[in-house]
Design a binder for this molecule. Structure first.
Ligand SMILES: Nc1ncnc2c1ncn2[C@@H]1O[C@H](COP(=O)(O)OP(=O)(O)OP(=O)(O)O)[C@@H](O)[C@H]1O
Ligand SMILES: [Mg+2]
Length: 247
């Protein structure tokens, strides 16, 4: 069977000025696997996530990204989303004037058609929101507008659950979460995984990984993966820092 995601010797530059940020990334993720990427600030982790999603700020100069065996590097972001790739943002955008529930339902219908009625989808959302320990008006507010840092991360994970992607990329979903919120978000990830969704989680901290069943940990330095291993590698990073991969 084909791998879900295959990244082969991927190089990418800033479209604006040609600065190379991704310098030869190789990564393979199978159906139902969870991979974690850890690495120093500014090493290019968010850029990798953005390049997988097809953000036009970046241009692929070498290598390829295959999703279910087919190259996606020439596809616009919306077509990658239609194929089942979803990414949560390290810094979610505020979208004034768009009610969160309307945003979610519109996105769901774009991806999965309109077999479910508006009220069916609304009631799924109302039920899901119960698990997030947020205020009752969460779904009625404009998307992320005035949300606290933790609320924004909960909004991201709700989108990830509701939109049922095949591949979920979580860029620092755990940053800025208090201990209770961290557990809530980790539980949502576990539920998402029960559907067979593969997850690529970018994080600075081992603590979220402790809640999850991690298949592989990758250490990412200066635009590429320099070391891969099991959860033991995350423990090593926590103890000794990135000195473990420096020559
Ligand atoms: N759109 C952009 N314009 C200018 N520089 C950029 C842009 N995107 C990324 N960079 C630069 O590329 C490098 C990698 O950035 P990136 O955000 O991918 O790092 P990161 O590994 O996610 O870091 P962090 O752990 O702090 O989130 C940084 O030096 C950043 O300033
Ligand atoms: Mg980042």
């Amino acid at each position: 069977m084909k791998k879900l995601l295959q990244i082969k010797d991927l190089h990418a530059v800033l479209t604006e000025d040609g600065t190379e940020i991704l310098k030869g990334v190789n990564l393979e993720i199978d159906v139902n696997e969870l991979h974690a990427i850890m690495g120093p600030n500014g090493s290019g982790k968010s850029t990798l996530a953005n390049v997988i999603m097809g953000n036009p700020k970046y241009k692929v100069t070498k290598g390829d990204i295959l999703f279910e065996g087919e190259s996606i590097i020439d596809l616009p972001t919306n077509e990658r989303a239609m194929k089942g790739i979803f990414m949560t943002f390290q810094h979610p955008f505020e979208i004034d004037g768009i009610k969160f529930s309307s945003f979610l339902i519109t996105a769901f219908r774009k991806l999965h058609g309109d077999d479910e009625s508006f009220s069916q989808l609304n009631s799924i959302l109302k039920e899901r929101v119960q698990n997030l320990a947020v205020s009752e008006d969460f779904l009625d507010r404009f998307l992320n507008v005035g949300f606290s840092g933790g609320e924004k991360k909960k909004a991201e994970i709700l989108q990830a659950y509701f939109l049922k992607p095949k591949l979920l990329i979580l860029d620092e979903i755990d940053s800025g979460l208090d201990v209770d919120a961290l557990r809530i978000v980790a539980n949502q990830i576990k539920e998402i995984r029960k559907r067979g969704t593969s997850v690529l989680i970018i994080t600075h901290y081992k603590r979220i990984l402790d809640y999850l069943d991690v298949d592989k940990v990758h250490i990412y330095v200066d635009g590429k993966i320099v070391k891969s291993g099991d959860i033991g590698l995350a423990n090593e990073v926590e103890e000794k820092g990135y000195a473990i991969v420096k020559r």
